[in-house]
Design a protein around this ligand. Structure first.
Ligand SMILES: [Mg+2]
Length: 264
């Protein structure tokens, strides 16, 4: 089965290998008629940011910038492998990073956003079809707000973590009231979005298991998994549709046959 002939040339060897693995694992690499209809009629799309909307993991980037990349990577691995609560893992990693307001500003100055290929076109297409766009991330508002602004997404459509600083600009914890600061928080955020805006149908796009968990009663009605940055087979197998190129989603919104095949 060919995933999407018009973009086949774009895929590098790593992605081609992931596509072969996904095919062998029975991943839904084509949208069903029901999923297509749901995508086209959706009121809103909610996106994960790290390794989905953007092609990097911002906490890792910030940790490396602050010289504690390996320590934080070890804590991330520990958190993913065990039963550590997200809020504890976040506190532990931020405790090691201890970023000051100045640190964060220097990081932002030196690290322009790595927006995933095809995202600006998808956001434009979603808006053109009257759909609203939201970002739901375990990352930080300091990093995500500028990205949202670049793409014309209102800041009140961003759900992410807030780093707190004291009067001198030193690290002073994080805001525990933000949905994504705790385990299950992304799913809560999507439920909140759906309820607050009285949306009938919401589509979640993401690369991780916590993104998939937003597809639940009262939350997202469909989950599109994205493997363009990292392929995770457990997430791929649960996805209503799994894509390796954001352009596939953009094309699915349209008539399906009008694309020029060169969406990047
Ligand atoms: Mg992610």
């Amino acid at each position: 089965m060919t995933v999407d002939q018009s973009t086949d040339d774009e895929y590098d060897d790593r992605i081609k290998a992931a596509i072969a693995a996904a095919e062998a694992a029975g991943v839904k690499l084509q949208p069903s008629a029901d999923v297509l209809e749901l995508i086209r009629s959706a009121d809103a799309f909610t996106f994960d940011v790290d390794s989905t909307f953007c092609a990097d993991e911002s906490i890792d980037e910030i940790a490396a910038f602050l010289g504690v990349g390996e320590q934080v990577a070890a804590l991330t691995a520990k958190a993913m492998g065990g039963s550590v609560l997200f809020q504890d893992a976040l506190a532990e990693r931020l405790g090691v990073m201890h970023p000051s307001r100045d640190d964060m500003q220097r990081f932002l100055d030196g690290h322009p956003p790595q927006i995933s290929p095809g995202i600006p076109q998808l956001v434009a297409a979603l808006k053109a079809s009257g759909k609203q766009v939201f970002l739901v991330s375990g990352g930080f508002r300091l990093v995500i707000h500028p990205i949202a602004e670049m793409l014309g997404i209102p800041v009140d459509h961003v759900f992410a973590n807030t780093i707190l600083f004291d009067h001198d600009g030193a690290y002073d914890g994080f805001d525990p009231e933000e949905f994504p600061s705790r385990s299950g928080g992304k799913a809560e955020a999507v439920q909140h979005i759906k309820q607050k805006h009285s949306f009938k149908t919401v589509v979640m796009v993401g690369d991780g298991m916590t993104d998939f968990e937003a597809r639940a009663p009262g939350g997202a009605d469909a989950f599109i998994g994205y493997g363009g940055v990292v392929y995770r087979e457990n997430v791929a197998q649960k996805s209503d549709w799994y894509v390796f190129s954001i352009d596939q989603i953009t094309r699915a919104l349209g008539s399906g046959s009008s694309g020029n095949g060169n969406g990047r």
